[in-house]
Design a protein around this ligand. Structure first.
Ligand SMILES: C[S@@+](CC[C@H](N)C(=O)[O-])C[C@H]1O[C@@H](n2cnc3c(N)ncnc32)[C@H](O)[C@@H]1O
Length: 316
């Protein structure tokens, strides 16, 4: 697979492909995350009856599935999706539009007119997610608007020690994280989001952390299904993720990568390894009387709360 690298004036900005395999992977991932979030696509307090958003920005929208479904759910809402790649469908609801735009630069309409800004699976896209997204979103939101980030922490964990740090899957994750740091596109950002929201001036911040099993190891049927879907998703993305970071950034040869991926695949498909990824959903409101978005903002509400890690995976 040829990984596509997108360049802007500032250099390499995105190391993953946008080919047909990736498009299908993103669409399947959308369905999977919906199941993970109990058939929801957002956790911010919107409702069709009472509180519809009026203008929404989906940053790095990908194939636009999230934006289209939000537009379907809220027909009177204007939904704008931006992405570096024009991989969105052309037949979309009238209230949804897509633009090719580098979201690390200034946002069109970034004038405070949005009341909901959303990201999902965008770590690895930004040099500095705090400055590039969280602070900019604060400035681009109306008072009382919401920012919601749904992001994966790209590390694998196990609670019972069945994934150890010397296993190929752990080594692969560490290599990926190291390469992402070296190329100034850090993959590990999700766990910091809550603090960044607070530093930018958001209030009523909520964080929910889900465990996403890497294969069908859980006994619980819903988690087993999620794990099976996530396994396929990882298998389909493995080569592209690895080439993007490990070949181009760490300088590993393609043969070297292919050899190591054989063992990584074995770990991913091994039900004896009870590994999972953490998927973070963080959402917060811009206060009615905004503070500054400089990072030295005064937090005007003390009602922020951190939802504890969901106990989604029953003991085996
Ligand atoms: C992993 S995909 C996630 C897509 C979508 N948010 C979803 O959940 O399906 C990441 C997307 O970010 C886009 N992207 C990467 N860097 C970007 C940038 N600087 N500006 C806008 N989009 C970017 C890529 O083109 C890709 O479509």
């Amino acid at each position: 697979m040829a990984a596509r690298i997108t360049h802007t004036g500032q250099g390499v900005t995105y190391l993953f492909p946008n080919d047909q395999i990736e498009i299908e992977r993103l669409d399947n991932q959308h369905e999977l995350i919906k199941i993970l979030l109990d058939n929801k696509i957002y956790l911010s307090p919107w409702s069709r009856d009472k509180t519809c958003p009026s203008k929404v920005l989906d940053v790095a929208t990908g194939t636009g599935r999230w934006a289209v479904e939000l537009g379907d759910e809220f027909p009177s809402t204007t939904v704008v999706g931006i992405d570096l790649s024009p991989i969105q469908p052309t037949l979309v609801p009238l209230n949804v539009s897509f633009f090719v735009q580098d979201a690390s630069e200034d946002w069109e309409d970034g004038d405070g007119s949005f009341d909901y800004i959303h990201t999902r699976f965008t770590t690895g896209c930004w040099g500095d997610m705090f400055a590039d997204i969280v602070v900019k979103a604060f400035a681009s939101l109306q008072p009382n608007g919401w920012l919601e980030c749904q992001e994966l922490q790209d590390m694998a964990f196990s609670d019972d020690g069945s994934l150890t740090s010397d296993m190929p899957l752990s080594v692969w994750c560490r290599d990926l994280v190291e390469a992402s740091k070296r190329s100034n596109r850090p993959l590990v950002a999700a766990a910091q989001l809550r603090d960044w929201f607070e530093a930018a001036g958001f209030v009523d911040i909520q964080e929910k952390v889900y465990k996403l099993p890497i294969n069908g190891w859980p006994r619980d049927p819903r988690l087993k299904k999620l794990g099976e879907m996530w396994q396929v998703n990882m298998q389909n993305g493995l080569q592209a993720f690895s080439y993007g970071f490990m070949h181009r950034v760490l300088g590993k040869s393609k043969a070297e990568i292919e050899v190591s991926l054989v063992d990584v695949r074995k770990d991913i498909t091994n039900p004896q390894i009870h590994a999972y990824n953490r998927f973070y959903v963080v959402w917060g409101r811009k206060p009615a009387v905004p503070t500054t978005a400089s990072g030295s903002a005064v937090v005007v509400s003390s009602s922020s709360s951190r939802a504890s890690m969901d106990t989604l995976i029953p003991a085996q």
